[in-house]
Design a protein around this ligand. Sequence first.
Ligand SMILES: [Zn+2]
Length: 440
Amino acid sequence: MDKGCSLRENEVYEMSDYSLRCVECGKIFEDSEEGFLLDCDEAHGPSLLQADYTVPDFKLDQEYDGIYRFREWLPIRRCFDCSPRTVILESEELSSSLGLPDLHFAFNGYWPEKDANMLTCSFKELEAAAVLARIPEGEQRTMVVSSAGNTGRAFLEYASRTNSRVLVVVPEFALPRMWGSVPKGDCCKLVILQDADYFDAIELGNQIAALPQFFTEGGAKNVARRDGMGTVMLSAAAALEKIPDHYFQAVGSGTGAIAAWEMAWRLTADGRYGQRIPRLHLSQNIPFTIMADAWGNQQRDLPDMPIEEARSKAKSIYATVLSNRKPPYSLSGGLFDALSDSHGIMYNVTEEEARAVGQRFSAAEGIDLDPAAEVALASLFKAVAAKTVSPDDCILVNLTGGGAQRFAAENRRIPFAPDLIFHKGEVNPQSVQEKIAAFF
Ligand SMILES: [Zn+2]
């Protein structure tokens, strides 16, 4: 087993020093001792909280590995001895063919020759490793996470490794994506929801989380989730010694892009990495282009996507993880604000465009990319064609997943069997309570 992936040993560390601030009204909160705060308590519209870290300068703690090197800027209470690592790398082939000498990739996945150690092959490990480290010591309740695939896989993997109590809810179509590099721990439960989409799984997750022995992870509202993913920007700053001019990522919920934007602002406050945040170049996969369409029309409000339309589009897209029909776009501090603040651009990418650049990257570099990473890479080609980037610019492309085919070819995937199966008709508080009580 590779370095940084040992099982069930973790090191307790004192809480990092931060407060939480409501983006909408500016109210400051101390993170509660017994849980983690997700919302402002003032009467206003939906808003994210952001973490304000007491340590103003960007620090790398080389005693730790992966994301815990950035522990001063993570809202965590401990560091585990396993930690996902983002690798910043270049592609001579793509730099020269695109005429972009200052082009860099943040690779999140499995690529042992490059020291990339995310064995579930997705950058969702960054959020799992941060969120689990935010759980207070002595917490006896089980954290509930709803997912369409990669997030659930990452949480089951890291919860199994760190012996954390987690219950993951996924729609049944995501079951083939529920696997890990280690057997699922006894502390981890996988719940399948039949005849349902991601949003239905969120609803079931919310009903389970409302029961006394459970609490919700919170999704995009969880500052640990966002700042965990924001470490992609910190890994880039550490490697390049500057904030990139442009940041490319494919988005389903957009949480990773919000995270990159927030982290870039912290780096500007340090001052040594430049004074400007990157322009966000975000992409969606046709036909699931709900945010790209709204942004194209400069609309803060997302249209309501009927459930049947969402299901049929989610089934037909290539990058299935990019199919959230209620993403954190409109709320204060959400994706609309991040795009507005960074003069962002959104791109619509077809399956053919994504596959073509994915094959090109794989042929040049020798590793497979996740479909969402291919969508992001395809948007870079569109940006070059549209001249929204210049040859002298410093460009960072977040490759949010890769190496899954390589990992499968090495026969290292251990499938996770479901512990409990719900049908969509059972998603009401009484049925959920009875079934969960009988199971536990
Ligand atoms: Zn507020």
